[in-house]
Unconditional design. Sequence first.
Length: 191
Amino acid sequence: MTKQLLNIAEYQPKTATLGPGLRFAIWVQGCPFTCKGCVSPNWVPFQLAQAIQVAEMADRVVQTQGIEGITLSGGEPMMQAGRLANLLEIVLEKRPELNVIVFSGFQLGQLVWEEAKRLLSFTDVLIDGQYIANLNDSQGLRGSSNQCTHFLTDSLRHQADYFFNKQRNVEFHVKDDGVLMVGVPTKDFHW
Ligand code: SF4
C-alpha cells in the first residue's frame, strides 16, 4: 500500500494558520464541488499535480520536527480517502502525538463509504460542508458559517475556542513555482 500514489496539489511542512500549533498541511488535487469563491480553484480540476508515494509523503511528515498536527485539505481529501488513511496510519504509528484536522466539502453524514470512514477513524476534527461565500463571517477556522466543526475525538476539544473564534490570518510561503497562500482568508481579503 505504501507504493500507492497520492495526487498532491501542495504541501507545507509548517504552518500556524490551519489549526492549533504548527502543522504539516497537505492539499490534494481534485474536488467534485464548484463552490463560488473557492480559495483554491487551481486545485479543483481532476488532473495530475504532484504524484507522491504514500510512504514518501508519510516520511516527510514523520521527519518534520516541531509540529503538533496534520491538516488535510484541498481539493477534496475524501476523493483520495483510502490513500490518505494509509498515510495517516503510517504517520500516527510513528508520531502518535500528532492530531489530525480534515476539511471536506462533503457533510459528515455523507461520508459512508469504507475509505471515507477509514480516513475519519484517524481524524480528530472534521470541518465539513461546501463553502458559501456570502456566509463567510470571517470567524473561526471554517470558511463559512454553514460549515460544521465536528470533534470526532477529545484530543482537540479543549481548543474549541480556537476553532470557533480564532482571528483569521494567512501566511505567504515562497515556492519554486510562485507564492503559496496558507490559511482561511477573511471575507474581505484579496490578493
Ligand atoms: S469544497 Fe473546497 S476545494 Fe472544493 S470547490 Fe468548495 S471550497 Fe473549493
